[in-house]
Write a protein that binds this ligand. Sequence first.
Ligand code: 13P
Length: 256
Amino acid sequence: MMNKRTPLVLGNWKMNTLPEEGRLLARQMVPIIKDGLHRRVEWGLAVPLTHTGLLATELRGHALLGAQDCSMHERGAYTGEVSAAMLSASGCDFALVGHSERRQYHGETSIQAGLKIRRLQEQGMMAVYCVGESLEQRQSGDYATVLQTQLHEGLQGEGLSLDSSALVLAYEPVWAIGTGLTASPEQANEVHALIRDWLLRNRGPEAAAAVRILYGGSVNASNAADLLAGPDVDGALVGGASLQIRAFADIVLSAC
Ligand code: 13P
């Protein structure tokens, strides 16, 4: 049975492109995607902070603009940090939170990710909370527990919005990020179903029906359609391929 969740495809440019290059990429992607869409699909780009001004203009009315992180604090003496309010004022609609590269290289925890989700939601922004297991954790067979802990720690506490425009989850197995190794459609859907079941048991049927769960990890134009066909896969979070105009357009269009 088709679900009612609007498919969502997000690109994550990571620390790539200079602002002007980014603007040109977006400028070329927008018309190709716009012309190809024949049913409602949301799409967007999580870009470096230096690009938000230019990209807000390019994407307005077509796609969502996002950041790749935000501060867990509201304001104050946090050198180098950027607040959710600043992102919102720069035209961002969403931000990634808890990406595995932030966890790996900056020691970020799920508890901190939870605070960031709050800050974003306070600004009316969408938080895209990334979870996923390492290769070791997958091989040990422990991945379900790892994911459940990430969900518990990141989504705990009262008052969190579970509305589809306030929270998106992204399953990104660390072993599949930038490695060319992709989870099989069956592996992806198995974990997505597990996450949805967690939502159902811990947050109720409305949240389980509403929250979109994206798959990320070496998604490309050739494997996207198969991955997106899973009933619990509501879209994709795309790294490397989101820097290629035709490949990213094809991935977005394969969600139609
Ligand atoms: P790749 O698509 O390059 O594997 O990156 C995935 C990712 O980390 C998206 O956030």
